[in-house]
Design a protein around this ligand. Structure first.
Ligand code: GDP
Ligand code: MG
Length: 443
């Protein structure tokens, strides 16, 4: 899960606010201390954390909440707003037009995989991308990109001996809309790398130079962003590996003050594990408000829904076994279930261990066979499925009766959870409901 512990501790802190009898100076200080602890554990810069604390303190203790908002609500909203500012504020994305993109960064930062992810991102959005393999430094680098290109059905240009030759050749030959140039890294930004990147930038004249930074370097991201920016003038940053580190908060806040904008984040190794970075949505997800917008986008990318309706069905359908079947299929198309759960309001706050979700994912594949073996009536009204029907369905689908029982149990659980997610307690009562609306999560 993205920044699991970070989000969890922040959510706990927000919950405490709702439990206070009244918000006095002491309450504010204790909450600020907890937020500081969460941020520092995520390797955020001390001075930045101090600034954020000052800002929250000043707003909550010396400003009046806007009309119609209680002090508690204002406190939560302030924390939300300040975190958004802290983590970048501005939304990042790339224009959907023909362009040349140079991907740069140190060894192992995720350049090559991100190049592939971006190719897919453009392809889904109707442009024709191609990849250019300018990493001649690492053996097998070309091969890695070629494999990625093959899997995505995206052309890869790799003719030539030096990065410069390869780039020139691609520029001459390529007819595709979007050219993504993967380059080689080094352990540090040394002279050789500096020279190579400058040469490449001169030859390619890219519209975008994206620096790839892995989230696990935490606050060191700032220095790296500044160094590369000075050298070649980056137009944006992609923060990778946010799924596998506790330091993501530090990395994102560090890049926010580097003067360069985070345009994308990546959260896994699969080609679809990339998203345009939107701090408001990101913080919403961290704090457990869910991310409807992100979910709709994933659904769209998977070709499930040209509009919001289908995705909404995934969230809250009237829920028969048929819907469940469709839901399983849709989820499988959208990517891993754990990632989707994270975006669903109400689910994101639930702690479901990752391995459990993975086991579920495996099982769901087989459950489709069982649902196939049900009668129309059973699919419409699964509550009628009792002992003898279970035996029949198990036989028909080649599963054990236990498996079928588990499917039914799970179906009922999901049905129940869907109701929670749709109009859950956290959103119906308390300050969260109003706030979620104000933040644009429209629940
Ligand atoms: P490069 O040396 O900069 O080209 O880095 P690569 O693209 O080859 O990536 C290095 C390793 O990081 C590979 O094993 C990738 O699969 C992995 N990786 C890249 N991005 C992510 C991510 O967002 N999450 C995870 N978990 N792994 C990633
Ligand atoms: Mg590479």
């Amino acid at each position: 899960m993205v920044l699991e512990r970070f989000g969890e501790s922040l959510r706990e802190t927000l919950k405490k606010i709702t439990r206070f009898g009244s918000i006095d100076k002491e309450a504010v200080e204790s909450i600020i201390r907890e937020i500081q602890r969460s941020l520092l554990q995520a390797d955020a810069d001390v001075a930045l954390v101090f600034e954020l604390s000052k800002s929250i303190r000043k707003k909550v203790l010396s400003e009046k909440p806007p009309a119609g908002m209680t002090l508690k609500e204002y406190f939560i909203k302030t924390i939300y707003d300040e975190l958004v500012k802290f983590l970048g504020e501005e939304k990042g994305e790339l224009e959907l037009k023909p362009q040349k993109i140079l991907i740069i960064g140190l060894f192992g930062s995720g350049k090559t995989t991100t190049s592939g992810k971006l190719a897919k991102w453009f392809k889904i959005r109707g442009l024709t991308p191609a990849l250019v393999a300018c990493d001649t430094h690492r053996p097998a680098a070309k091969e890695q990109l070629k494999q990625i290109g093959k899997a995505l059905e995206v052309k890869v240009y790799d003719k030539g001996k030096t990065p410069e030759e390869i780039a020139k050749h691609a520029l001459k030959e390529a007819k595709e809309d979007v050219l993504i140039f993967d380059s080689s890294g080094r352990d540090a930004l040394d002279e050789a790398l500096a020279k190579e990147l400058k040469n490449l930038a001169n030859i390619i004249k890219p519209d975008e130079i994206l620096l790839i930074i892995p989230a696990d370097i935490g606050q060191a991201a700032r220095k790296q962003a500044e160094e590369f920016n000075r050298l070649v003038g980056i137009t944006g940053i992609v923060v990778t590996k946010l799924d596998g580190t506790a330091k993501g908060g530090g990395a994102l806040s560090a890049t926010a003050v580097s003067g360069a904008k985070v345009k994308f984040i990546t959260t896994g190794e699969k080609p679809e594990d990339i998203e345009a970075y939107d701090p408001r949505r990101f913080v919403g997800r961290l704090l457990g408000y869910g991310d409807i917008q992100g979910l709709l986008e994933k659904a769209k990318e998977a070709g499930i829904s040209p509009d919001a309706k289908t995705a909404e069905r995934i969230l809250s359908g009237r829920f028969t076994m048929k819907d469940f079947y469709e839901q399983i299929s849709s989820m499988q198309k959208m990517g891993s279930i754990s990632k989707i759960m994270e975006m669903v309001p109400g689910f994101s706050g639930l702690k479901i261990p990752k391995h459990m979700l993975e086991v579920q994912e495996e099982k769901m594949k087989r459950w489709k066979y069982a649902i196939d073996s049900m009668t129309e009536e059973e699919r419409e009204n699964p509550d009628i499925i009792k002992a003898s029907r279970i035996t029949r369905i198990a036989k028909g689908s080649g599963m054990s009766e236990e498996d079928v029982r588990e499917l039914l149990k799970y179906f009922k659980q999901v049905r129940k959870m869907m109701k929670v997610a749709k109009g859950g307690k956290a959103f119906k009562r308390g300050p969260f409901a109003k706030l979620a609306k104000q933040f644009g999560f429209g629940l």
